[in-house]
Design a protein around this ligand. Structure first.
Ligand code: SAM
Length: 211
């Protein structure tokens, strides 16, 4: 896989800054998931779970063995496990973790979550995720703008070691077409400013179409 030439290595110095700070966002994401039908017994894959900013709440909410986190940046996942999740909760809930890039293992789940992930990866990566993780529902957020474009090198936005882009901006039409080709129907749940002026986030729910 192509990776960006340089990544923000300084992000690794503070695991709480690594996912972009704003740990309170977990409340919004959890609310979105539950309002859209997430139930305790559902199996959920948390793609690019990082240091468990959202994962720690999901692990507590879901039944035992229902949470799987995928994260290639091992030290950030380990920091989350050491500092954000008690040993008792981990032993009780048996979450699973795959320390690898998305696309490495084929997975099936009721829900897949990719929060603040596909704004950093290319459209090809989103396509690959939707075809290697078969979920009845996805919740994700992406930048939407006037032009479909990937910012590969020195553009604005974070850069992660395992990302193949710094930022991906979709148009509504390019999103709809990608999602439909992967076998999903798209619903825009909400739109909010991203901190990158002119490129708001759309929060999307994808629902798998009958084969
Ligand atoms: C902005 S952080 C979001 C973390 C987490 N989803 C959250 O909201 O707290 C983006 C995450 O995507 C991960 N990531 C980057 N490239 C990836 C890849 N190819 N496969 C899986 N995860 C990746 C990063 O390591 C990082 O943890």
């Amino acid at each position: 896989m192509t990776t960006v030439d340089s990544f923000n290595a300084n992000l690794l110095e503070d695991y709480r800054e690594y996912p972009g700070g704003k740990w309170w966002i977990a409340e919004l994401v959890l609310d979105c998931l539950i309002r859209n039908g997430l139930q305790r017994h559902h199996r959920l894959v948390d793609v690019g779970c990082g240091p468990l900013r959202i994962g720690k709440h999901l692990i507590a909410f879901l039944d035992a063995r229902c949470y799987t986190g995928i994260e290639p940046e091992a030290s950030m996942l380990e920091a989350g496990l050491a500092n954000e999740l008690s040993g008792e909760l981990r032993a009780l809930q048996h979450p699973s973790f795959l320390t690898e890039q998305l696309g490495t293992t084929r997975l099936a789940a009721d829900w897949a979550l990719a929060w603040d992930v596909f704004n950093h990866l290319s459209a090809d990566q989103l396509r690959m995720a939707l075809t290697t993780i078969t979920a009845d529902n996805w919740l994700l957020n992406v930048h939407v703008g006037e032009v479909h474009r990937t910012i590969p090198k020195d553009g604005e936005g974070w850069s992660y070691r395992y990302a193949d882009a710094k930022a991906q901006v979709y148009t509504q039409a390019s999103l709809e077409s990608l999602v439909r080709d992967a076998g999903y129907e798209l619903r825009v749940l909400l739109t909010f400013p991203s901190g990158w002026e002119g490129f708001p986030f759309s929060v999307l729910r994808l629902m798998r179409l009958a084969p």
